[in-house]
Design a protein around this ligand. Structure first.
Ligand SMILES: [Zn+2]
Length: 226
């Protein structure tokens, strides 16, 4: 197989992923410096959104992990990074509202969120064994291991595919609810929140494309090894 396939299937998605990551952090940092007119912190905004959505059993905690914000459905816990938890910026309320979007999905039994949670153990197992599978497959030219690698990437691909509606839906819920509750209202605030959340969406698209690229590449490797 020639190098151009490798570049197209592995290199291009990798570059796209790095660019998306860079855009998330640069957009987040840009709007971290812009305070909202309402002055609410991410934690306060999250508390108000959860209350307005009649969610009273979800706790909001601060975590020391930049852009590590997430909602854990098993613990019913919304973890916000310190910039988001304590900050009263466009970035802070945007990310906080997005994570609330996941808590609202959970309460509303939004099917893709349920599918994603179901596939999490298989996804974790696949990503843990993948490095060994690939190493063994390429090093010893074991076709069975390459096939196992293809299966692992298939699991990751399905996971990333299900992640897309989950993330897009959480962001559109966030954009709506922030405006509806008056947490943001000026056109420039709306533009800022959109920029932060849309940048984050790109990373999920990049992760999906990377899984697809890796899987096709391995399929071609297996075909050539026969
Ligand atoms: Zn999310």
């Amino acid at each position: 197989m020639n190098f151009s396939y490798y570049f197209l299937l592995i290199g291009v998605p990798l570059i796209f992923g790095l660019w998306a990551q860079f855009r998330v952090s640069s957009t987040f940092n840009r709007y971290k410096k812009v305070s909202t007119a309402s002055g609410l912190t991410g934690a306060q905004a999250a508390q108000q959104i959860l209350s307005a959505s009649e969610i009273h059993d979800v706790s909001i905690v601060a975590i020391d992990s930049m852009l590590g914000d997430h909602y854990d459905p098993s613990k019913k816990q919304l973890s916000l990074s310190t910039d988001v938890f304590y900050g009263n910026s466009i970035s802070a309320v945007g990310v906080a509202a997005h994570e609330c979007g996941h808590a609202i999905q959970h309460k509303a039994h939004y099917p893709p969120l349920h599918w994603r949670n179901t596939i999490v153990p298989a996804t974790q197992f696949s990503s843990q064994i993948l490095p060994f599978v690939l190493l063994g497959g390429f090093f010893f030219h074991l076709t069975n291991l390459i096939t196992l690698g293809i299966a692992c990437y298939a699991v990751l691909m399905v996971f990333q595919l299900i992640t897309l509606p989950v993330e897009f839906d959480a962001s559109s819920r966030a954009k709506l609810i922030l405006q509806k509750m008056g947490i943001i209202h000026t056109p420039s605030e709306i533009r800022g929140v959109n920029a932060v959340l849309d940048a984050a969406a790109l990373t999920y698209i990049a992760a999906f494309i990377a899984a697809v690229g890796n899987m096709i590449y391995l399929l071609m490797v297996r075909r050539d090894s026969r």
